[in-house]
Design a protein around this ligand. Sequence first.
Ligand SMILES: [Zn+2]
Ligand SMILES: [Zn+2]
Length: 157
Amino acid sequence: MEIKYDKNSIIKILKDNKIKVTPNRFKVAFELFNSNEHPSIDQLHQKLVKSNETQISFTSVYNIVKLFENAGLVKEILIENKIHYDSNITPHAHFICKNCGKVQDIELDKLNFIDEKKLISFKTFTEEELKDNKIDSVEITFYGICGECLKQENSEA
Ligand SMILES: [Zn+2]
Ligand SMILES: [Zn+2]
């Protein structure tokens, strides 16, 4: 796990969002904010139980993630109809591997065929059905086979 947020920056993020820092909240934040794996609550709970000596209940993890979500620190995303959490809250697209289920972030500005500003500003839509709606977020998901799985497939062939 690449540490993007150290102890002090996690505490600062929580405090800046008026979230009282408790040992459990810190643990969940540290794991989730430093993860780019888009875990479900269950996966996050499993990870925390494995990596910490103290116990934390599934319900605690759930409540803490919901608290972070309400503060706008994490975002819900659907992966194969299951709720997962994304700590990257800047607009971005996802690539989901149909083989291993890995989710990768793709920055929208790297998608040179999509103009993010045009997508978000509804005025540029010409479609009748979008005319009266205000768009405030965009979700773009690509499905396929990830590079790692492709490599493995090729070496097995
Ligand atoms: Zn894969
Ligand atoms: Zn993401």
